[in-house]
Ligand binder design. Structure first.
Ligand SMILES: Cc1cc2nc3c(=O)[nH]c(=O)nc-3n(C[C@H](O)[C@H](O)[C@H](O)COP(=O)(O)OP(=O)(O)OC[C@H]3O[C@@H](n4cnc5c(N)ncnc54)[C@H](O)[C@@H]3O)c2cc1C
Length: 400
């Protein structure tokens, strides 16, 4: 059996493991965290990735675990409502194939679909990869050494596999000029059930989102030179407090409580742009290969698409990874590039650079009140211009 080491058990990794295992491969997942990561931010999930979830038989579970928002509200300095729209229009435009779900819940749903059939090593990572053209000798952080036929890096934006095989982050990371912070607090008041509330000003946006179990999630997107995220959590929080000092709405109260966060995430909003995602017997997947950033609102779904296509191509090529990797890149690189370009255009919506951008942003949001305008504007962008290949046939690789 063809042995594949998949580094990273987030969204892309377990999706690949699912399809490879089904095709008769022997995948192994290695995940740096000691256990599946919990909490964190909410992702919107739709498009071709939803179709992949459907083909895995988990779409209903994703919808069940998700949130079905009733209103997206924009407020001013004193909390007055500037405008609001009904996100149900996204759900209707996609015939119900659109849901907001905590990233960790989506990851858990995918992982559960493996049914315990895939070896998973938690709390470890890869230290060295030696590809001698016949196999990849992997040295784990724990010191264990094992051989695999293929290695796939699904280890996110700051991929270790990418660093080891393709070179330093700086070669591929395009910083988009925004820092994001996401954190959750128990017992915060007020709450708006099933309704994100956004406060946007020149240079930043603060979003509050009420979750189940009396938890509230907050999202800051702040125009920045990239320095805020370069420190530890305490220094990041201090920098955010300084950066958002004087901001209106509930921001001072939120900043005051930020230190009590159950989980705290802060990072540069970047894309990964590479001329190639594969080298020898190693391939990259998901954010590690082509992070579109949170601005796209679709990175998870795209990570699943990439995993599905790579598995289908490997199965179709009967284990000929050279052929499979070429097909994988040929189908997906132009698609991902167009997603990245579209995401960059949305940056002013998350952290307007000046009053004009703020005015345009709020005006567009007001137009979303008019269902026919919203449908016209969103209709096409909610459909992915990609035809998924047939799924990896269960017996294909076993015959290889
Ligand atoms: C604030 C925010 C909001 C977002 N909103 C959306 C949205 O609305 N819709 C959407 O679709 N996407 C959204 N995204 C993007 C989405 O979360 C990512 O695109 C998606 O998670 C990518 O999946 P992945 O599996 O490639 O990487 P990840 O989900 O990042 O998973 C990588 C995994 O690899 C592990 N790992 C990392 N390094 C190593 C290592 N060295 N060794 C072993 N394991 C390692 C990590 O612990 C993690 O489990 C958002 C992102 C952010 C930050």
């Amino acid at each position: 059996m063809i042995k594949v080491l998949i580094v990273g058990a987030g969204i892309a990794g377990p999706t690949l493991a699912y399809w490879l295992q089904r095709a008769g491969y022997e995948p192994t997942l290695v995940e740096r965290s000691p256990e599946p990561r919990r909490g964190g931010y909410i992702v919107d999930f739709w498009g071709a990735g939803f179709d992949v979830a459907d083909r895995m038989g988990i779409a209903a579970e994703v919808i069940r675990r998700g949130y079905h928002m009733r209103e997206v509200r924009q407020v001013g300095d004193d909390g007055h409502r500037i405008t609001a729209f009904d996100p149900e229009l996204f759900v209707r435009s996609t015939s119900g194939r659109y849901v907001s779900i905590p990233r960790s819940e989506l990851a858990a749903t995918i992982y559960d679909a493996l049914g315990g059939r895939v070896e998973t090593i938690f709390g470890d990572s890869v230290r060295a990869l030696d590809d001698d053209d016949a196999r990849v000798r992997v040295t784990f952080e724990s010191g264990t050494v094992r051989d695999f036929d293929l290695v796939v890096g699904a280890d996110g934006l700051h991929s270790q596999v990418r660093r080891l095989v393709f070179g330093p982050d700086a070669q591929f990371e395009k910083y988009l000029g925004i820092t994001v912070a996401a954190f959750d607090l128990p017992g915060y008041r007020p709450r708006n059930e099933l309704g994100p509330v956004m406060y946007t000003n020149v240079g930043y946006q603060v979003t509050r989102l009420s979750l189940h179990d009396d938890v509230t999630m907050f999202l800051f997107t702040v125009a920045d030179d990239g320095s805020i995220a370069a420190h530890d959590a305490e220094a990041q929080q201090a920098a955010l407090r300084a950066r958002l000092a004087g901001a209106g709405w509930e921001t001072p109260r939120i900043l005051e409580r930020m230190g009590d966060a159950q989980t705290f995430y802060c990072d540069r909003v970047s894309q990964i742009q590479m001329p190639s995602w594969t080298r020898g017997r190693v391939a990259l997947l998901g954010d590690a290969a082509a992070c579109v950033s949170l601005l796209a609102g679709q990175g998870s779904a795209l990570a699943m698409v990439e995993a599905y296509v790579l598995a289908a191509d490997l199965a179709r090529a009967h284990g000929n990874h050279v052929q499979a990797f070429a097909r994988y890149e040929h189908l997906l690189m132009p698609f991902l590039r167009s997603k990245q370009k579209a995401a960059i255009r949305l940056a002013p919506a998350f952290a307007p650079r000046n009053r004009t951008q703020l005015f345009v942003r709020n005006s567009v949001m007001k137009l979303f009140n008019l269902p026919f305008v919203a449908k016209l504007a969103m209709g096409n962008s909610l459909r992915d211009a990609i035809e998924l290949p047939a799924p990896a046939a269960p017996a294909a690789a076993a015959a290889a």
